[in-house]
Design a protein around this ligand. Sequence first.
Ligand code: 5AD
Ligand code: SF4
Length: 500
Amino acid sequence: MMMGNTGEVMNRAEMEARLAEVDLTLPPPEREPERQYYFIRRLREWADHRKEELGRTLTANITTFGCQMNARDSEKIQGIMQMIGYEETDSNSADFILYNTCTVRENANLKVYGRLGQLKKEKQENPDMVIALCGCMMQEKGVVDKIRQSYRNVDLIFGTHNLYKLAELLAVKLLDQPQRKKMVVDIWEDAAEIVEDLPKERKYSFKSGVNIMFGCNNFCSYCIVPYVRGRERSREPEDILEEIGSLVRDGVVEVMLLGQNVNSYGKNLKNPISFGELLRRVERIEGLERIRFMTSHPKDLSDELIQVMGESKKICRQMHLPLQSGSSRLLQVMNRHYTKEEYLALVDKIRRAVPDIALTTDIIVGFPGETEEDFADTLDVVERVRYDSAFTFLYSKRTGTPAASMEEQVPQDVAKRRFDTLLSLVQKISGEKTAQAVGTVQEVLVEEVNDQEEGLVTGRTSQNYLVHFPGDGSLVGRIVPVYLEESKGFYFMGRKCVKK
Ligand code: 5AD
Ligand code: SF4
C-alpha cells in the first residue's frame, strides 16, 4: 500500500504531487504503482505537446459493457486517461476509443464486433485515433486471434489482470515509433498482484463502487467468469477501509462493495477475515451513510452476515441473491451447491432478520436439459420469494464451460416461450411490490437532475427503487425523505417531505 503524507490513501492532489516527483531522465522504476506514474508523466508530456500541435484538446470515449465490476474498472481507466490529459467525450471520433467488454453471454461479444466494424470509417477520418479493447472478452480463447485477423484497426488490447498497466501499454503504442503500426497486445492468464493506489475517476461524486475481491472460484457450469477473471483474490481489509475513508473525505456517502462472490471475501487472506466482519468495520467509518454490496452467492451466505445486516444502520435494505434455477436437479448440474428448499429457507431467514429487505435475483432459462418440470420449479420459487426485481437470461452457450458440451440443449423456441412466461410473472410481481410501497416515506439519495423532464430529480431508496420527484440540482448527492405518491411499474413518482 502506498501512503500519502498523512498516512492515508492518496487523493487527487497527492497523486499530482507524486507525478511531479517522477524523474523522466531515469529509466522506469520496477515497482508498481510507481512505474505507472512514470508512464503517465511521459504520456502527459507527449499529450501537452500534441494538444499544442493540434490546437485542441485530446478526447477519450470509454464504453462499458456488462457488470458493476467492469463499470468500476472503467472508472480506473478514466482516472488514468484524465491524468494523462484526455477529456471525456461520447463522440465516436475521439482520439482514444476503448471498449471494456463483457463475455458472459454471446451477444455481448457480437455487439463489440459490430461496433468495431462501424469504427472503420471514423478511423480513416482520424488516423491518430487509438482503438483499445479490454475486459473479459479479451481473456477468452480465440478472441484476440479473430481481432488480429478481421479488425486490423484495433491498436491496443489488454485483459482483466493488467488493467493497471494501461499507461505503460499506451506509451508503447504512442511513444515507441517502431510499434506505431502494430497492434499492442498484452493478455495475462492470471493475476500477478493487486496494485493499489492508481488514479481513479468516479462517475458520481457522492457514490462509488469499491472492489473488495477479484475473480471467482465457483465454476458454475454455464459461466465463463472464472476463466476470464481468474481465481478469487481478496484485497486486504486495511486497503479497502482506507479507500472508503478517502472516498468519504472526498464527498462519497454511499459505497457498493464489489465482488463476484462477496460472501467468500477474506477466506484466502494471510489473516483471514469474514465478509460480516469487514462490513462491521466499514459501518464504523464516520460520514459514510449507505453500504451496498454485490453479488451474494446463496451457498456462502452466513448467519453472521444476516445478523450484521439486521443490526446495521447503514447497510441498505437490498440484496441481490442469484437463484439461476428453482430446480434442485438443475442446480446440481449447474454446480450451485444449494437446493430449492435450502434457497427458500435462506430467504426466510434473511426476511426474519430484515423484514423490509428488497430481494433481487438472476435467473437463467433454457439451461441444457431443462424440462417443463424444472421450469415449473423456477416459477414456483419466483412466486414464493416475490422478488422486487429479477434479471432473466436466456441460456447462452459459452465455449469452454462444462455446460457447452452437455447434450440436450433446449430448442430455442421452447426456451423463448419459457423466458416470456417467466418475464411476465417477474414483472407482475414487481409491479405488485412497488404498488405496496406507495404511500410510504423513504430516504432517497438524489443521483441526478432528470434529463427527460424539467424540474425533476432522480434518486434511489435504500431498497434501490428509483424515484423521480420535483427538485433541483442542489439536492444531488443528498439523502432526503420522499413521499412515494405513485408507482409506475419499476419506478415511483414522489414528493419531497419536510423533515420533522
Ligand atoms: N447464459 C446465460 N446467462 C448467464 N449468466 C452467466 N452465464 C450465463 C450464460 N452462459 C447470467 C447468470 C449470472 C449473470 C451475471 O449472468 O444469471 O448471475
Ligand atoms: Fe459465474 Fe457462478 Fe462465479 Fe457467479 S459465482 S461469476 S455465476 S461462476
